[in-house]
Design a protein around this ligand. Structure first.
Ligand code: SF4
Length: 492
């Protein structure tokens, strides 16, 4: 089936949301809103208000014919609330129309397309209680019971951490957007650090960014709750560079709060000395990320390390008393369920405190998508049923290791419409991951491509964001302009 779809809607403000629902079923659909005479299917949506309800009707004809009408109680409230309910109504109608057309499609999260299902569940529970929230997730959004269960477990684990947030709390993020090689699936704007890369300009800019941010937080009397050094791969810095950045950050901020985490993602960038430097600067948690423990996969996806280097780095960090997270990715090209089970078996033997199970999201900017054609990708990637088994295997392994789900997020283009889940042994959850994913704490972010956020708590919680440019050169040249925006945001 060719997939050019003409979307005719009387609510163009929700065209992207309706398109997201269509792509749950037809991931490569090319959706247009202007008729070019070359479409294969026409989808029409309408939304009208009756005395007590919103009534959404969605129909399709062409390559597939279907229709669905959905009524949703009219909701009084401010403009934002009314908009949210209208959007919900049209999204559910679009989802159900597509589900009628493709009854066997694998859509375990139902009509939910947002990246934070736990945030939604928490809001629903706060508004209407646990039972009604569950009913909405299952009956209104058509979420599968097992997805509701994992969202519920995650939300319950998070609650005490979220309750502990004070009004002026802020987290610090320091980004090093450089890696040793580029992973085949990477869609981040990270640069490759070679032997010739001059890191000095970036380090100088990052230090200036940190200096300004620290001053701002002091002026605003913010309280630092947690800090995170991410990337890219922060341990791609040399030992001297790493020490210089950490020395400077601690000097400016004075503290990194209750928790300091660093990604040491690529095991081949970790040395004992770097671990000592991290430890000496108060880093208590690190991520050593195998992604897979299968050598053939590591080569295929462009990671420049071997499974034994992963173990060496892990046990070095273990000797030094870090809380360790290991990231793995399911649905990697060429892997079957046995490969994933083997990776999980290796992780279980290492006994990390945290394990994050990702599902591969194939974004257009990744080398995998650009270099290999869609047909070939389909031949080397697991189908949705296997993808789901892989994610279940990750969940079972986490349970076997005594871990609970504590944060989760979804991305567009994820294999099988699945999710990423962070698991932790009780008492070892990463505060920063919860704060960042649930958007419950402001973040002062430093480094190219990082995102500062100000969270304004209250009944209608508001989050405002200020991105640093992704391109390193632009980041350096715009540093002070972005600082002015941060000043406005954090001191308002
Ligand atoms: S380690 Fe992460 S940021 Fe670096 S290339 Fe791989 S996916 Fe991209």
């Amino acid at each position: 089936m060719s997939n050019t779809i003409l979307l005719k809607t009387d609510t163009p403000e929700f065209a992207n949301d309706i398109s997201d629902e269509i792509r749950l079923f037809l991931s490569d659909a090319h959706i247009i809103t202007e008729d070019d005479g070359a479409c294969d299917t026409v989808i029409c949506t309408s939304l009208v208000q009756t005395d007590y309800n919103w009534c959404a009707r969605v129909t399709s004809d062409g390559d597939f014919c279907s229709e669905y009408t959905f009524e949703y109680p009219y909701f009084e409230g401010d403009a934002l609330t009314v908009k949210r309910h209208k959007k919900r109504c049209i999204k559910i109608a679009a989802f159900r129309m597509m589900k009628k057309a493709f009854p066997n499609a694998f859509v375990p999260w139902g009509s939910l397309t947002g990246i934070r299902p736990t945030k939604l569940l928490r809001e629903l529970e706060d508004d209407m209680g646990t039972d009604s929230a569950k009913d909405m997730m299952l009956s209104l959004f058509d979420t599968e019971p097992e997805k509701y269960a994992v969202a519920k477990e995650t939300a319950d684990t998070q609650r005490p951490f979220i309750r502990s947030v004070e009004e002026n709390d802020v987290d610090i993020y320091i980004g090093i957007p450089y890696c040793k090689t580029r992973c085949l699936y990477c869609s981040f704007a990270s640069e490759i650090r070679t032997a010739k890369t001059d890191m000095r300009p970036y380090i100088n800019a990052l230090k200036e960014d940190i200096r300004l941010g620290a001053r701002l937080l002091q002026d605003g009397k913010f309280n630092i709750r947690a800090a995170y050094m991410g990337g890219g791969t922060p341990t791609v810095l040399t030992e001297d560079e790493l020490e210089e950045v950490l020395d400077f950050a601690l000097e400016c901020y004075g503290t990194m709060g209750n928790e300091f985490t660093a990604e040491a993602g690529r095991p081949d960038t970790i040395t004992r000395k770097k671990l000592e430097i991290l430890k000496a600067h108060g880093v208590g948690r690190i991520s050593v990320n195998p992604q897979s423990m299968n050598e053939k996969t590591l080569k295929l996806i462009g990671r420049s390390h071997t499974p034994s280097e992963i173990e060496d780095a892990f046990y070095n960090a273990r000797d030094m008393g870090f809380i360790i997270n290991t990231d793995i990715i399911t649905c990697l090209p060429g892997e079957d369920i046995q490969d994933v089970l083997y990776t999980l078996e290796c992780i279980e033997k290492m006994r990390p405190e945290n394990m994050t199970v990702h599902t591969l999201a194939l974004k257009r900017s990744s080398k995998l998508k650009q270099v290999i054609g869609d047909a070939e990708i389909a031949s080397i990637m697991p189908d949705t049923e296997i993808a789901s088994l892989m994610v279940d295997a990750g969940m079972k392994s986490a349970k076997k290791q005594g871990m609970n789900a504590y944060y989760m997020y979804r991305q567009k283009y994820m294999r099988g419409n699945l999710e990423n889940i962070g698991y932790a042994l009780p008492g070892t959850e990463c505060l920063y991951n919860i704060d960042m994913m649930e958007e419950t704490v402001s973040i002062m972010a430093h480094g190219a491509g990082s995102m500062s956020k100000r969270v304004f708590p209250g009944r209608s919680l508001r989050v405002e964001r200020i991105p640093n440019p992704k391109d390193v050169g632009t980041y350096m040249s715009k540093l002070h302009t972005v600082y002015d925006e941060k000043e406005r945001l954090f001191l308002q």
